[in-house]
Every structure is written in structure tokens, then in C-alpha cells.
Design a protein around this ligand. Sequence first.
Ligand code: ZN
Length: 609
Amino acid sequence: MYFTLIITLCFNINFLVSQESITKVFIDLNKASAEHKLNIEVFPPQLNTPSIKYFFPKIVPGTYTINNFGRFISDFKAYDSGGNELAVNRIDTNIWEIQNADKLVKITYTAEDTYNSESIPTVFEPTGTCIDSAKIFMLNNFTLTGYFDGYKDFPYTLTITKPIEFYGSTSLNLLSSDNYTDIYSAKNYFELHDNPLMYSIPDTASLMVNNTKVLLSIYSPNKKVTSSYLVKHTQDLFEAQGKYLGGNLPADKYSILVYLSDKPFRSRSAGALEHFSSTTFCYPETSNEEFLQPFRDVVAHEFFHIVTPLGIHSEEIGNFDFINPVMSKHLWLYEGSTEYYSVHAQVKYGLISMGKFFDKIRSKVIVSTLYLNDTLPFTELSKGALDKYKFQYYNVYQKGALINMCLDLYLLELSGGKYGLQNLKKELGEKFGPEKPFNDEELFDIIAAMTYPEIREFFRMYVEGGNKIPYKQFLGYAGIDFYDKKKVMVPVMIGATLELNESGEIKVLEVNEFGKKLNLKKGDLILSVNGFDINAHNFNYAAEYFEKNTKDGDEVTVTVSRGSKGSVSVNKVLKAKTYLVEKEKNSIILPAENPTEKQLMIRKAWLNQ
Ligand SMILES: [Zn+2]
């Protein structure tokens, strides 16, 4: 009896202490204004300081852009228990300082949505918030809620009052719910910021991937895209991802929140933002059939973020500084391995052919070696991804993925096909996990200690160092030949020397043999090939596509604009049968003609074929 009493007492004291340290946020969606604004009420933890600062993030993880989310906040007020206003100074865009903080019981402010805001620079929509009272609320909490100085690591509750017909889709922990109100909890600001919510008339579907319940929630204003169609046609991909990762995943719930728009986005781009256990995806509203491929591409990449960074990350990410962020040097792991997984899982489980896999790898080699800085050490790129090396960031999806492919092949070679990157990442996930970040400086040594000393040298050369990766060597382990340049036979597309200028025009300079067959004329502007509009910007892609999809003897249709000085240009449609010509191409990847037994064994372990 006595014993029980003590326990009860302790429990109550703990409960009291934790209650006092909670930041409580209240949002009433019914009161959203026609100007796309919401009033936010925040009840602070018990404060004992003469003044307190309230911060909004300057930046959030995964974006690599300074967004200054405080700029969407206005009408900031602080109150004591008698309803009297306390003095508040706005120190900068993202920071407010409240006086007499020991008397503070509530702050209120207005948060504007970022999708419709005139504020410049425009926020990439998956990183922002949409407040459209009759239709949809896409809420990224870091645009609505900040944190009190010193209380970033303490718990939050979030109470959302909603229209009765709206459903809230999120991975945030739901404490209680009725027709009008949902109450969520988060163990700290990081968790709150990292879990977006989408409120709308629901179109949701779900499926299990290993132990994780994946929720798909769609907002399609004209009901052109449905969750049931997407889940049905993505099941194979999720199954492959589940098999690829194997075993338990580090989150019970994963939410894919899809916002489709029937008008252009202000950022003029479309895409997704990954979170630890959710993804926000903004895209033009098309149809189920048209949206399927971009949706699959996003899922293939984003879902793998459940492993990195959720399950394996450094202190820089785990204790993210929202005001003065320090970048980790391991983007090769967070983005690079995620991107590699997204293509590797598909070939390994038969969703794409080996040829298609090599096409994807080849394009990454070409982009990273010809168009980006291939000798910039990857750890430096990572540290400077926000500023100094912003324009090299795209390489995390190119060379970042290739580093992981080569690491995978090297591990398989050293282990005789028994241990690859999947084994390594699984072990890293067990060693660290969501609650235990690694030290940025130690990771390479830790991995080398877990695997082979040669792997330390690999990191020194190709991740910390600026050495070009010898793809020939690493692909060679699996009996795959790599040629920097190789002459191959391809169907001829245009048959002329061309000038590609910056305004996008493709102009015929000299007509050669096939061009004569087509009846091309010097000065013609090329408009399309086989119905595919081409310009200087998509020319390389169009030529690759043509060479892949055209056979010797196929008829080619080229549309040109032809005109002479003083006369009106007219469009001409020209036709001729193509034939094969020799062409030197970059970065050719082909299975070796006579692979050894060992190479075939490594290839089998690598690609499952
Ligand atoms: Zn990513």
C-alpha cells in the first residue's frame, strides 16, 4: 500500500513537471481567412525569466535554402493572465522577444500561407503551407509554429479544430480525436516541424510495407487522380522496397501527402520534400495515368529516406539548428545512398531491366563528369551545400548515387559477394537508429572498422578527396565493361552540322548525306523529330531517346521552319528512312563478353541476375 502510494506520488510529480514544460499550440481551421491566413494561439511552458525569445526557423532540413519562415508571421501579441498585453520586440525576421516573460500565459499571431503569398523569394510548395479554407490545408508546422528559447527539446501538443467533413492525414502522434478536434503530441520541436499535416475531404488509401503502415492522402481538386488507383499501381514498387530493406523499418507510420494543383505553382516547379516519416508532394493535376510515373519516381526515392536520415544520421541532423544550421558532411549517405537505392531496388527486384538500370547509371556519370564539378570533394560539397557549393548540390543525386554504387560493388568484391551496401546500412541502422546520432567526424572510421580497411581508403580517395572515380575498376568486379568513350552504331537523326544557340534554336549549318535525303536546307530551324518537339535545351535527351527507340530503316519525320530574308517562314515536314552510322559516345556501360565465374557471382549478388 505504502509502496503503491509512493509510486503514485512520483508519477504525479513527473506529470506536473512535464505538463509545465509543454508548449501547447491551438489552430482553428474553421477561422481561416479569405486572405489565406490562420490565427495561431500558443501557450508557453512555465517561464521564470524576465524575457523570452520566440524563434521561427530560418531553414529546415532537406531544403538547403534559407527561407526565413518568420516573414509569414504578423500581428504577434503576448498576454498575461489578466489579458493584458506584454511588450514584444521583433528582433529580426525570425525572432520575437517578449518582456515580463514570467507573467506570459499566451502568445497569438497570424500565419500567412506560402502558396499564395506575394512574399519573395517564393517558397518551394512542398516546403510551404497552403490555407484554402473551403478546400485544403497543407500544413508544414514550421511555417505556423516556432519555439521558445531553451524549449526546443521539450514536448508540444497541437490541437486542431477542423470542419467536420475534413480529415487530417499525418504521421504525427494522435492523442485524441472527435468530429471537430484532433489533438496531437510531439516529443520536441524537431518532431513537430518534421510532421506535416494535410486536412481535406479525404481521399486516402493505405498499405503495409513490412511493419510500416503507409498512408497515401491525395488532394486532387477536380478528382482526376485517386489514391486507390495510385496504391494499386505502386504496390509492386512498395513490395520491392520492403524486400530490399528487409525486417523492421524505423517508423510505424509513413504518410505521403499529395497536393495536386489545377493552376501553376508560384515557384514554377513541382516536386517533393522528404521528412523522416512522411513526404509532401506537389504536382500539377493531370490524370491517374499521367501522374503515375512521376508519383512512382518520387516514391522510389523518398520512401527510402526512412532509412537515411531517419534511422542513420549525425548530430548535425538530430540536433538541427534552425537558425544557424551546421551542415553534415555526409550527403553522400543521406541523399546519395537514397538515390542509389531508388534505382538499385528496381533492377534487383525485376521492376526495370539491367539495360534500363545502366541507362540511369550512365546518365548520372555523364551529368556528374561533364556538367558538374567532378573533382570537388564530396564532404566539402556537403558542408557548403547551403552557400558556397549551392550550385553543385544537384550532384548529390548524380555522383552521390555513383559513390554508393561503387561502395556497394567494392564491398561485394571484398566479401566474395556476401556483404554489400544493404548489409552495411542495415548494420548502421542497428548500431545507431533514430535516437542515437553518430559523430560526423567518426563515420568513415566506424564503417571501415565494421567492414574492411580498404573501405577507409575508398572514402579518403573518392568522398573526402577530389579523385575521379574509376568506374571501369568498380563495374569490372561484376563483369561490366565501362568505356569513357566508345564508337557505336546508331541511327542517324538529322544528318547535318547544327548550331544550338542560347535562345533554344537549332539551326542547320551544313547539310550532309542523310540531310540531303531529307531535303534539309542550310538555315532551316529544326522544330521536331517524329512529333517530339526539340530545342537546344532538350536536344541531347531527344537524340538519346531517338537512338534508343529507332531501328535501321525506320522512317524519320523532321519538321523545320524555313524562310529567307524578307519572306515569311513556313513549316516543312521532311521524311526519309534512317540508317546506321558510327558515333563516338561517352560513358558506355555494357556487360562484358566473357565474364569470369567470380564476376558473374558478384553480378548475381549485386543485381540478382
Ligand atoms: Zn532525397
